[in-house]
Ligand binder design. Structure first.
Ligand code: FES
Ligand SMILES: [Fe+2]
Length: 437
């Protein structure tokens, strides 16, 4: 490809394969930052991270710094982290609680809701100085659903609910309704990791059912020895578990056909102590039918294009740093209004696979770097994504489903990526469902 020449995205992602430059070309990465991260909806954080007035987190939308904060008025906002005087970043800290953000340069001070309240030596400014017009700029678009907060640097985006679509909203409803209190708590901290590879490797891998029985074999073998159960059965080629393409590059796993949820309900019902208590609390909060519905859904994996993954006990936020550098922030989630022992068990289970000393997440990191190394071999630049192609089933609502080890997940994510990058389906226009998803 000639440097600076227009990139023909339709030639890089085909129905059955993807060109390796999609993961390695710096020009493509720059265009991704612009078209996807600076013009589309991007996940910023969960309201459960900032439960108290004054709580804030520093975040980035693509390369632009923002503050994700709950004001003293209780409202969660996303503000541009840029002083309205001469542009310095007003909040250099990653997290904290503060009523004010004071710029280090000349001391302009802003409320945690954004308003400018303090200007040192204001007498040099004339009568026309309009303090009210000089608050921290809110991000052009911000919206949330069930506590998941998204923002866009473009005013010209489709409504968030349209970007997410009804199936993703339903998954978020389930994530919330697994708590008797109807909401997730995201106060257990964060586990960060980085790897030398492209951001899409993590997004695709989060819903890659094909790698479980191979890459994570040692972890699941240990689990089997401890529990006596076949821990990998949900991800074999014979498993009835499914992967769904939900439109707009969003993908979910559905383990309920493999009986995971039903088994979980039985275990809860029949185990005295917190399991039975939790089941009873859930039934009294949501009713028997809804309680059984959310529990039988099983441990979900939902990849929400471009940078959020909801997994059974965590949220995962993906941050593209460079074409070959990615950071991932993992937030364990806790359920609200449950017996404390349940959340303790939930955290231990999370750490076992995903924690810094866990047995699974490190497998994925190692292989992302092996993929990046392998892609330096250029005789054949194509990557195959054709497993299960032609075996998909399309439901009336447009959801496309396949056996869990199908590469439908890769095709759905990369198909949407191609449409956004090529302008076929701009994130600014009404999204279309493609039959090839
Ligand atoms: S740049 Fe912030 S007070 Fe001057
Ligand atoms: Fe994995």
């Amino acid at each position: 490809m000639t440097a600076g020449a227009p990139i023909r995205y339709a030639d890089l992602v085909l129905d059955d394969r993807v060109h390796d430059s999609v993961y390695t070309d710096p020009q493509i990465f720059e265009e991704e930052i612009d078209r996807i991260f600076h013009h589309g909806w991007v996940f910023v954080g969960h309201e459960g991270e900032v439960p108290e007035p004054g709580d804030y987190r520093s975040r980035e939308l693509g390369r632009q710094p923002v503050i994700f904060a709950r004001g003293d008025d209780g409202v969660v906002r996303v503000l541009m982290n840029r002083c309205t005087h001469r542009g310095a970043m007003v909040c250099p800290y990653e997290r904290g609680n503060s009523r004010f953000f004071t710029c280090a340069y000349h001391g302009w001070t802003f409320r945690n809701s954004g308003g400018l309240v303090g200007v040192p030596h204001p007498e040099q400014y004339g009568d026309s100085f309009d303090r009210d017009a000089l608050g921290l700029r809110p991000v052009p678009r911000c919206d949330s659903y069930r506590g998941f907060v998204f923002a866009s640097l473009s005013v010209d985006v489709v409504p968030l609910v349209e970007h997410l679509g009804p199936r993703v909203l339903a998954e978020m409803d389930i994530a919330g309704d697994l708590s008797p209190g109807g909401r997730l708590e995201v106060t257990a901290g964060v586990h960060k990791f980085g790897y030398g590879g492209n951001w899409k490797l993590q997004l695709e891998n989060s819903v890659d059912g094909y790698h479980i029985t191979h890459l994570h074999r040692s972890y699941f073998r240990i689990q089997e020895e401890r529990s006596g159960r076949d821990a990998m059965r949900f991800a074999t080629a014979a498993s009835p578990a499914l992967v769904h393409s939900l439109g707009n590059g969003h993908v979910s796993w559905d383990l309920s056909p493999a009986g995971f949820g039903g088994a979980a309900i039985e275990r809860l019902r029949n185990t005295p102590g917190w399991p039975r208590d939790y089941y009873d609390l859930l039934v009294s909060a949501h009713g028997q039918a809804r309680a059984d519905e959310v529990l039988s859904h099983g441990a979900g994996h939902v990849a929400i294009f471009p940078n959020l993954v909801i997994i059974a006990s965590q949220l995962r936020m993906i941050r593209p740093v460079a074409v070959d550098r990615t950071e991932v922030f993992i937030y364990p989630t806790l359920l609200s209004d449950v017996p404390p022992e349940m959340n303790e068990e939930r955290l231990r289970r999370h750490e076992s696979f995903y924690g810094p000393a866990g047995g699974g997440a490190t497998d994925d990191l190692e292989v992302f770097e092996r993929v990046t190394a392998g892609l330096r071999a250029k005789v054949d630049p194509w990557i195959r994504i054709d497993r299960g192609l032609g075996r998909e089933v399309v439901a009336d609502d447009g959801t496309v489903s396949a056996q869990i080890t199908s590469e439908l997940s890769n095709r759905a994510i990369l198909g949407h990526w191609r449409r956004v990058m090529s302008g076929e389906a701009s994130v600014r226009l009404s999204p279309r469902r493609s039959t090839e998803e």
